[in-house]
Each structure stands twice: as structure tokens, then as C-alpha cells.
Design a binder for this molecule. Structure first.
Ligand SMILES: C[S@@+](CC[C@H](N)C(=O)[O-])C[C@H]1O[C@@H](n2cnc3c(N)ncnc32)[C@H](O)[C@@H]1O
Length: 204
């Protein structure tokens, strides 16, 4: 387990809902509800954080939510309990994923790959956990192809990475680098917030 990342997010847990739970979650709520409405089969949700996304999950889906931070998961527990017993939470680093290959029909992420330290390795691990033809669905903020926004994200990143996420990751390229196919991208906001859909190759 990557203890540096774990400690960083354990420290962020106390104030995370204050920073992210009100403005951003209210703003993206309807988009998130639509995004999660496609959950089907056995679903791996990386990184569940404090569970702010759980109220947007469709009911009675078979979901495992993992996160590297025990502090974040502690906050997520009441939200998971309110969802019901088909949602299991586990403290787990995506790099150490211990499920056999081809265990899941889908992987979901939400504002996650700004934070995972080695994104391509993390994505490769997710690809292996998916059944051949299984789906990766991501709701992520990434670098933007628009110059002024990208400049701003580049300037913010040295500071933001100390307390949490990196703002300028090229997550779309990383999905391809990790061996996913049929990568589709839908801009949600200014080509910064995006929905990404990709498929694990049939012969993986
Ligand atoms: C920006 S927060 C997002 C949390 C949640 N998805 C949300 O949108 O409210 C990033 C999350 O990624 C988790 N994380 C970072 N690196 C991880 C890793 N290697 N494995 C699992 N979780 C990780 C952190 O603990 C944190 O909860």
C-alpha cells in the first residue's frame, strides 16, 4: 500500500465534504445520476471517498467500493449503510487490487484519476479486473484542450497535489496507454470535466 497517498487522503477526510460536498456535488448531481444510471452486473467503484456519490447510485446494484484511505471510508460508511447491503466497502489501493482477473462487468470512477499516483498502472490493473468487453466509465476532471483553462490548471497543480489532486492529468490518453479500446469522451464542462467510456479488449 502507498502510505504517502493514504496519509494525504486520511488528512483530507475531515474537511473533504466541506470543500466538495456542497457546491460541486449539487452542481454535478443531475449529471452524476445519469452517469451512474448505467450501472449493471458486478461493479467496481474506485475510489469511493467519503461516499458523496452513493446517493446517485441506482438502487440494488452489486457494487464494491474501494478506497486507499481509511479516513475517507469512515465517512462513507453511513452513506453506504443507507444504500443497503449490496454495496460493500473495502480499504484497498488500486495498485494492489486483489480480485482475480475478469471479475467485474464494469468499473466506475469519479474524480479519481487526478489522485491515483501512477495512473497508467492503476488503469492497467482495472483493465485486468474487467471481463473481456467490460466497461470503464469515468467522470473526471482532466487537462483541457483550451489554452487559458489548461494554463490555469498547470499553475494550480503544484499546490493542489500537496493536499490532494493533480489538476492537469491527461486521463484520456492514459486510458488508451493502459490498453483500453473504443475510448469515447463527452465534455461536461469546458473540456475540463469529462465523461469517458472505454472497453477492456476481448482478448485481454
Ligand atoms: C478527489 S477524491 C474523490 C472521492 C470521490 N470519488 C468523490 O468524488 O467524492 C480522490 C479519492 O481517491 C482516493 N485514492 C487516491 N489514490 C488511490 C489509490 N491508489 N487507490 C484507491 N484509492 C485512491 C483517495 O483516498 C480519495 O478518496
Amino acid at each position: 500500500m502507498d502510505l504517502v497517498t493514504k496519509r494525504k487522503w486520511d488528512s483530507a477526510a475531515a474537511t473533504f465534504d466541506l470543500m466538495g460536498g456542497y457546491g460541486p456535488e449539487k452542481r454535478w448531481g443531475p449529471r452524476k445520476r445519469e452517469f451512474f444510471s448505467h450501472m449493471r452486473g458486478r461493479v467496481l467503484f474506485l475510489a469511493v471517498g467519503t461516499g458523496l456519490d452513493i446517493p446517485f447510485f441506482p438502487p440494488e446494484r452489486d457494487i464494491v467500493g474501494i478506497d486507499i484511505s481509511a479516513g475517507m471510508l469512515e465517512k462513507a460508511r453511513p452513506r453506504a449503510a443507507a444504500y443497503g447491503d449490496t454495496l460493500e466497502l473495502r480499504e484497498l489501493d488500486v495498485h494492489d487490487l486483489d480480485y482475480p482477473d475478469h471479475s467485474f462487468d464494469q468499473v466506475y470512477t469519479s474524480c479519481t484519476f487526478c489522485s491515483v499516483p501512477d495512473p497508467v498502472r492503476g488503469l492497467e490493473r482495472l483493465r485486468r479486473a474487467l471481463k473481456p468487453g467490460g466497461e470503464l466509465r469515468m467522470f473526471e476532471h482532466t487537462r483541457s484542450r483550451y489554452f487559458p483553462f489548461n494554463l490555469m490548471l498547470n499553475l494550480m497543480t503544484p499546490l493542489s497535489r500537496r493536499v490532494g489532486p493533480e489538476m492537469n492529468r491527461d486521463t484520456v490518453a492514459n486510458v488508451s496507454r493502459a490498453g483500453f479500446e473504443r475510448v469515447e469522451v463527452r465534455s461536461v464542462y469546458l473540456d475540463v470535466v469529462k465523461q469517458i467510456r472505454a472497453v477492456a479488449p476481448a482478448a485481454a
